[in-house]
Design a protein around this ligand. Sequence first.
Ligand code: ZN
Ligand code: ZN
Length: 87
Amino acid sequence: MRAGCQNHPEREAVGVCVSCKLLICGECTTRVDGRGLCASCIAADKRTTQLPQQGDARVALSFCVLVALTIMTWGLLEATLPGSAWW
Ligand SMILES: [Zn+2]
Ligand SMILES: [Zn+2]
């Protein structure tokens, strides 16, 4: 018995979507982080998981930039000001 792709019943399925567990052919399989996903789950994945992750990364990046700028500003101040007179 041959199992067909959910989108192309005439084609033989080569894998299973890791999210919805439906059989999919090679053309319908998209690799995301080493996992095989069908087209509809890719669309759902983008809406649910990827957008918040990007938001978190942006917040973390902004924080790192802020810390780096603060350190650089302090370094510049200490380099420009005559230390003995001010501190
Ligand atoms: Zn799926
Ligand atoms: Zn297919």
